[in-house]
Design a protein around this ligand. Structure first.
Ligand SMILES: *[C@@H]1O[C@H](CO)[C@@H](O)[C@H](O)[C@H]1NC(C)=O
Ligand SMILES: *[C@@H]1O[C@H](CO)[C@@H](O)[C@H](O)[C@H]1NC(C)=O
Ligand SMILES: *[C@@H]1O[C@H](CO)[C@@H](O)[C@H](O)[C@H]1NC(C)=O
Ligand SMILES: *[C@@H]1O[C@H](CO)[C@@H](O)[C@H](O)[C@H]1NC(C)=O
Ligand SMILES: *[C@@H]1O[C@H](CO)[C@@H](O)[C@H](O)[C@H]1NC(C)=O
Ligand SMILES: *[C@@H]1O[C@H](CO)[C@@H](O)[C@H](O)[C@H]1NC(C)=O
Ligand SMILES: *[C@@H]1O[C@H](CO)[C@@H](O)[C@H](O)[C@H]1NC(C)=O
Ligand SMILES: *[C@@H]1O[C@H](CO)[C@@H](O)[C@H](O)[C@H]1NC(C)=O
Length: 908
């Protein structure tokens, strides 16, 4: 055994710089911060660059002012403007392009045509962004001028917390504190800036009459779904929607702060102010903003996706029904569960396993007594034979050795390959999690990908033949603070791993002068210490918020290596900008409460903005005991969201749908509708993966000039055509909902096809909603390709015929498209795009692409049509049609249309 040689300098350097930082005399008050002066402006083809010089004496408020900055403004596309302010010396941390690549600079000049315009003052330096098409007096979209903002000092946003006071709006750029603020319209409509469960709902509280405002902290944190606090993921992107009553027009824009540093973002409206404001306070990095011009909300989300990357393709089976519980104490429990679902005729697509599977709660193992590997292999083989799937959990923390005879291969192998996050002194950082003392993979280290892929491969080879992976605890979560297990095993055999301290010196990365409002308190509380070191000289201080996403990248790539050509499916807890390229997300450890069910809607809508559309909540609730009624309602609601899984915690009463006859019934009904709609879901997700369109939408995205919708988050749209109005209150038998369009849209009931008699003034309409039903409505003017025979599995469903449901608008028109492929190839191979256009008594089905669709279109239903006397398909008169007066419904059966050809259906 080779003795570890510790380069001496490492120990001292870190501690000395921390001590220096702590002794530095900061003012802890930005009042006297001088701002910057712009000089040396150079226009370029694609924008401009200039120098920003500190305009006076350094204020050293919460760090050291940086004298010389560079500003780089790039008109990247017609709709995207990039404004980057960074230290001229380029010593500040920035997100590595290897982790989140962003688009290259443009080769075309958009400077004079871009929808957005960059404006600036030189002294004091400030900038503002306007929309080129706005009239000159319009309020800018983003405006950092002190004169545009309320007068300072402003009392603390939180009256008992002085650090939330606003003492100046000058630009502050220090090594450990960066501050910039922008004026917003009073009471602005802001969405995003999570991950959060906001008490205000999907629309954020900006203060003023609506509430106290928001302090959104960006610091990934393992915590059971709190309200108004930082939680699992960080997404510094918001959308703002502006509606002008006078002209009855609106436009939406987006603002991304491209940073992984810890931050507070304040939204507030000071007393007597006629503007609201947003203030960003970062504890490191640079100010790197992207502005998206929209002008529709869907286009803002698409423009953001174009910048950070579109979501991963989801395999068709990923849309099936998933079931899990922590506390399945043996393989027999899994078998019983699978059988009970089958006996109750409730479709089960994927059986999941929580940490019960593990031996000594260690990743990549199986309990030899309760989950013998050979029996697990047989169990999973049988699932596969039945067209079903299996997903186990992987925790981010891996066990360290308990003693010298403890030869846990994933750890030892990783030790030899130098894959662990390190302490500044060159030892492995050892915290604690479920298995006891643990280490965390360093996703920056060069050997980590191969080691991780191999660990997953070995596990699969041992019998755990998973179809996807569930990534938990990856904030990362630790049960202690600091390297609490440092002495727990001998590291004297360390052969590599001498990476030493992070490159940044002279900073206090443990307890920085400005304390962000992390719900856990200290930055390093319940996670890896922020002075821990990653390969390449990155400190955990700067990269904490990316840890989970980097695990997701590594796991996605591992699954691609293990299952070449197949879409990787993972669901993960901690996310960051661009995580959707690699994973889906569940909304974490929620509660079996009516409130948690309501909050799941804002969570799902938020993650559509974040480009992580494959998202859903633990249906029926994770913590606490559900009730039959709650579970009934929630199983129906979640059937209409992208990721559909029921999961609950150990010790809580079981809540699988077969536990109650009524819940089984409700679930069967909801799943049949979900599986019928699968072609629609897959089309929406193809549009997400190719152009960033959000599959789930707030009502106002489709009706942006109806202000009564701006705060609606008790209803939602799937795509543009399906409106869901779930019951969210205990004991209710009716539900109130708004039917967008103010009477211009005929919303037809999904189940009965009857037009809802809705308020025409934008008010609520009360709908009947007995238990085991859910209100779902189809927008007029739509054409939906459906599976005609929803089966027990996604596979069975896909192998059956299709049907088409057309809902005519008042002019007799409708249009829809469907994307069809094999549902599993990655990258997608052959595909086919169908379009369904109805006009003047004729439905034209066109078909383009190379994928061969084996299943025929068996029936066509047209809603809102006058009674015809004759119907023909492909020029041939058909006798086999029915008409229902009550719903103005024409149904043509046994049409046997080859969807690879297209055809025409006419009626008169
Ligand atoms: C900042 O730039 C000016 C030139 O504009 C130079 O004189 C000065 O030394 C620079 N300061 C630092 C700290 O680099
Ligand atoms: C305000 O700050 C106090 C003290 O820091 C804290 O205990 C309290 O939770 C904060 N209130 C809100 C609404 O954030
Ligand atoms: C900062 O200093 C100003 C001026 O002395 C004072 O008005 C303000 O209350 C101080 N802010 C805080 C947070 O103490
Ligand atoms: C908050 O600021 C006020 C006014 O500057 C001061 O009187 C008070 O002591 C401060 N409180 C704390 C906890 O710093
Ligand atoms: C290295 O640092 C860790 C974390 O601070 C500490 O617990 C450990 O004792 C140190 N080990 C050595 C050999 O200095
Ligand atoms: C740290 O410094 C080394 C050596 O100068 C350099 O190669 C590496 O890119 C730096 N890493 C970071 C994160 O700045
Ligand atoms: C949930 O029910 C179980 C019995 O199934 C009981 O042991 C447990 O205490 C209950 N939990 C809560 C939070 O009420
Ligand atoms: C299932 O629920 C529906 C209401 O959606 C109800 O009409 C039907 O009777 C229920 N069936 C059973 C078997 O409970």
């Amino acid at each position: 055994m080779k003795l570890k040689s510790l380069p001496l300098g490492f120990v001292t350097l870190a501690s000395v710089s921390a001590a220096l930082a702590a002794n530095a005399s900061y003012s802890y008050n930005v009042t006297s911060c001088p701002g910057y002066t712009l000089q040396e402006l150079k226009q370029t083809d694609t924008g401009l660059t200039a120098q920003l010089d500190l305009a006076g004496e350094a204020c050293n408020a919460f760090g050291n002012d940086i004298q010389n900055l560079t500003i780089q403004v790039t008109y990247e596309t017609q709709q995207r403007l990039h404004v980057k302010i960074f230290d001229a010396a380029q010593q500040q941390y920035t997100i590595p392009s290897s982790v989140v690549p962003v688009p290259d600079p443009p080769t075309t000049s958009y400077t004079n045509s871009s929808d957005l315009v960059f404006n600036y003052d030189t002294s004091p330096f400030a900038f503002w962004i306007t929309r080129r098409s706005d009239s000159p007096g319009s309020m800018p979209l983003f405006d950092t001028r002190v004169a545009s903002l309320p007068k300072t000092p402003i009392a603390p946003v939180n009256g008992t917390d002085n650090s939330t006071a606003l003492d100046t709006f000058e630009l502050v750029f220090e090594d450990q504190y960066l501050q910039v603020a922008s004026a917003l319209p009073q009471g602005a409509n802001i969405y995003g800036l999570g991950e959060v469960i906001a008490s205000s709902g999907f629309r954020r509280d900006v203060g003023g009459s609506g509430g106290p405002g928001s302090i959104q902290t960006l610091w990934n944190r393992d915590v059971a779904d709190p309200v108004d606090q930082n939680m699992y993921g960080s997404h510094p992107i918001y959308m703002e929607h502006r509606y002008d009553e006078g002209s009855n027009t609106s436009a939406t824009h987006g603002v991304l702060l491209f940073s992984s540093n810890g931050a507070d973002v304040l939204l507030t409206t000071p007393e007597n102010s006629n503007v609201s404001l947003i203030e960003y306070r970062l504890i490191g990095g640079t100010l790197d903003f992207y502005f998206f011009s929209g002008p529709s909300p869907v286009s803002v989300i698409e423009q953001y996706g174009e910048t950070i990357g579109y979501p991963a393709w989801v395999p068709a089976w990923g849309f099936g029904y998933h079931l899990c519980k922590w506390g399945y104490d043996s393989i027999q429990a899994l078998k019983d569960n699978v059988a009970s679902m089958r006996n109750a005729s409730v479709p089960l697509e994927t059986q999941w396993n929580d940490i019960d599977l593990y031996n000594s709660v260690r990743d990549f193992t199986t309990d030899p007594v309760n989950y013998p590997a050979d029996q697990m292999k047989a169990f999973i083989d049988e699932l596969h034979a039945n067209g079903q799937h299996y997903i186990p959990i992987v925790d981010a923390a891996l066990a360290t050795p308990q003693n010298s005879s403890d030869l846990y291969a994933p750890f030892i192998d990783g030790f030899e390959k130098d894959v662990w996050i390190m302490n500044p002194n060159g030892t492995v950082f050892v915290g604690s999690a479920w298995p006891g003392f643990t280490a965390w993979p360093d996703w920056f280290a060069p050997n980590t990908q191969d080691w991780w892929t191999q660990a997953l491969q070995n596990w699969s080879d041992s019998g755990i033949e998973f179809d996807g992976i569930w990534l938990d605890m990856n904030e990362p979560s630790s049960f202690c603070t600091g390297s609490c297990g440092s002495g727990s095993f001998s590291q004297s055999s360390l052969t590599g791993a001498k990476r030493g301290v992070g490159n940044e010196t002279g900073l206090d990365v443990t307890s920085p002068p400005y304390g962000i409002h992390n719900g856990n308190g200290a930055l390093g509380a319940s996670t890896v210490s922020t002075d821990a070191v990653h390969s390449g000289g990155y400190s955990h201080y700067d990269t904490h918020n990316m840890f989970g996403m980097m695990e997701e990248i590594t796991t996605h790539k591992a699954l691609q290596a293990l299952r070449a050509g197949k879409r990787a499916f993972t669901i993960a807890r901690s996310t960051f900008l661009s995580a959707g390229k690699w994973t889906g997300h569940w909304l974490g450890d929620n509660y079996s409460t009516w409130q948690s069910m309501y909050y799941s809607i804002q969570g799902i809508l938020q993650f559509q903005i974040y480009q992580i559309p494959m998202v859903g909540a633990d249906t029926c609730g994770f913590n606490g005991n559900t009730t039959e009624e709650l579970c009934n309602r929630w199983q129906m609601l979640s059937a209409f969201v992208p990721f559909y899984r029921n999961h609950n915690t150990i010790g809580s009463s079981p809540q699988e749908p077969y536990r109650w006859a009524s819940v089984a019934n409700a679930t069967r009904i909801a799943i049949a509708a979900r599986y019928a709609l699968l072609p629609y879901w897959q089309t929406l997700f193809a549009n997400a993966s190719t152009q960033g369109s959000p599959p789930m939408r707030a009502l106002w995205y489709e009706f942006p000039n109806e202000p009564e919708l701006f705060g609606v988050d008790r209803q939602f749209l799937i795509g543009s055509d399906i409106l869901v109005t779930p019951v969210l209150d205990e004991g209710a038998t009716t539900v109130d909902g708004i039917f967008p369009g103010r009477g211009t849209v005929a919303w037809r009931d999904w189940w009965t096809h009857a037009v809802v008699n809705a308020s025409t003034s934008g008010g609520n309409t009360t709908l009947q909603a007995p238990l085991s039903t859910i209100n779902v409505h189809i927008r007029d003017g739509s054409a939906l390709l459906l599976h005609a025979e929803p089966g027990y599995t996604i596979n069975e469903t896909r192998s059956g015929p299709y049907e088409l449901l057309v809902s005519l608008d008042k002019d007799g028109n409708a249009f829809g498209t469907a994307y069809v492929d094999d549902g599993e190839s990655d990258p997608p191979g052959d595909s086919r795009t169908l379009s369904f256009a109805t006009q003047g008594g004729a439905l034209t089905i066109s078909s383009q692409g190379s994928y061969g669709i084996a299943q025929k279109l068996e029936s066509v239903t047209i809603l809102g049509v006058q009674k015809p006397s004759s119907v023909s398909v492909g020029g041939q008169a058909v006798g086999n049609f029915t008409y229902l007066d009550a719903t103005q419904e024409l149904v043509v059966r046994n049409v046997t249309v080859d969807l690879n050809e297209g055809t025409k259906v006419t009626w008169q």
